[in-house]
Design a protein around this ligand. Structure first.
Ligand code: FAD
Length: 423
């Protein structure tokens, strides 16, 4: 069996590795148009901040690992320009034809707009990170504008501020982080302003025109779907590739995974496009297994994510109250504040928000804001959403406690009890 994987990062390499484990005899080839594989874009803001000293530190596994240990062929600077599914072959930019029996499309996403000016940067690819870092070192800009209030914009604003620049953040909506949540936005804005970032909400800015020595265009992404769509693969309602629960596209034998495709939201049941590295890895494993002949299901996403904004941890999962209302639920929300661990262990404040459906009591989503304790709470809540728990189920959970780690009544349980009273 000849398996070809397009894209040599999170989804593509997870797929190739899983397929290899399940089918030791398969011929597996990964095609990557860039010159680097297996690197983590999640570390780019920390390259800008200075925590990471070079792009090489962001490489997860070296190329030799895949070639020698996993017997996976890797070709870099190999850009696929067309898929001829009838003939089961791919065409590369140099005209070469590559045959396949099964295909995994893991081509990711790209920034939605191309910058026109030399001082405007994206922070998406490995070369973006190197270019921006080079510019900062060479030109020593004093002022920066970040356009876009998603997590990449917020992380980059924080990183530039930590590097000593005066930073202004422009966002075209009144709420940040694609969450439609005034409470959460207010907390994040407070923190950004405390660390010296000027925040302009509801103020769309054109990255090419905004005044600053350096501009980061973080206005959004588009899935890389065109080549496969031209070959006949169906797109979903979000514009990303439509896949079934086995990660198979509408073309038989062609699977897709990662930022290029949609997923089913486990709370709303709808197809959504929430591109994240966690999802790309999980989807890639399923696509790789099924390309190797298995029938594994991808369980879906809750949009669980965590981001550090000027030292504030912000974790979200499931739906906000506004999103839940739009999905036809009748949501009710509780927000509490508690210490994340005992005072004598320097426990900082942790805010927890829970959203549930008034009619059924089912948990729909929530958020946690604070320090290190955010991760445990948001992950527990993500697990509760996957198990379709009610608020009562959550309030009855047996969670761990010792003074260095938590409080005897965990903040998540405090929030659940408050919500129970409201219900
Ligand atoms: P990609 O990583 O985009 O890889 C796709 C690859 O396909 C690319 O290397 C591309 O060159 C190649 N390709 C595209 N077209 C072709 C073609 N025609 N021929 C050959 N090759 C092609 N996610 C998190 O979960 N947590 C985080 O903290 C986080 N932080 C992030 C911070 C930043 C600054 C960025 C940019 C992203 C962050 N992400 C984070 C998102 C995460 O990096 C992506 O979701 C993940 O990389 C997606 O993996 P992928 O394999 O689907 O796509």
């Amino acid at each position: 069996m000849k398996l070809v994987v397009v894209g040599g990062v999170a989804a593509g390499l997870s797929a190739a590795s899983r397929a290899r484990r399940l089918d030791p005899a398969a011929e597996i080839l990964v095609l990557e148009k860039g010159s680097r594989i297996s690197w983590g874009a999640c570390g780019l803001p920390y390259l800008i901040e200075g925590q990471v000293s070079s792009m090489d530190e962001l490489v997860v596994y070296p190329r030799e690992f895949f070639e020698k240990e996993r017997n996976i062929r890797i070709r870099t600077q190999a850009e696929v320009t067309a898929v001829r599914h009838g003939a089961r072959e791919l065409i590369l930019a140099n005209g070469e034809r590559i045959p396949y029996d099964r295909l995994v499309w893991a081509a990711g996403a790209r920034p939605a707009h191309r910058p026109h000016s030399e001082r405007v940067f994206h922070l998406h690819s490995d070369t973006d990170g190197e270019r921006l870092n080079g510019f900062l070192e060479r030109e020593r800009p004093r002022t920066a504008a970040v356009v876009g209030g998603g997590y990449i914009g917020l992380e980059t604003a924080t990183a530039l501020r930590a590097r000593g620049l005066m930073v202004r953040l422009f966002h075209d909506a009144t709420t940040l982080l694609n969450r439609e949540d005034a409470w959460l936005t207010q907390r994040v804005v407070e923190r950004l302003e405390q660390c010296g970032v000027e925040v302009r909400l509801n103020e769309p800015a054109d990255p090419d025109r905004v005044e600053a020595d350096v501009v980061i265009d973080a206005t959004g992404l588009r899935p890389n779907v065109e080549i496969l769509a031209e070959a006949g693969a169906a797109l979903g309602r979000t514009g990303a590739l439509a896949v079934d629960e086995y990660q198979e596209t509408s073309l038989r034998g062609v699977f897709a995974a990662g930022d290029c495709c949609e997923a089913r939201h486990i709370v709303s049941g709808r197809a959504v496009w929430i591109p994240l590295g966690t999802t790309a890895n999980r989807m890639g494993r399923v696509a790789g297994a099924n390309a190797a002949g298995r029938r594994e299901r991808f369980p879906g996403v809750a949009g669980t994510s965590i981001v550090r904004v000027a030292g504030l941890g912000v974790g979200v999962t499931g739906l906000s109250q506004q999103q839940a209302r739009r999905e036809g639920f009748s949501p009710v929300e509780a927000v509490i504040e508690a210490r994340e661990r005992a005072r004598y262990f320097f426990g900082r404040r942790l805010a927890v928000q829970l959203v549930a459906d008034r009619t059924s009591g089912r948990l729909l989503g929530g958020a946690a804001l604070g320090d290190q304790g955010v991760l445990a709470r948001i992950d527990t809540l993500a697990a509760a959403l996957a198990a379709r728990m009610t608020v009562e189920d959550l309030a009855g959970l047996d969670l761990a406690y010792a003074p260095p780690y938590s409080t005897v009544m965990d903040p998540l349980l405090v929030a659940a009890q408050q919500l129970l009273r409201m219900l």
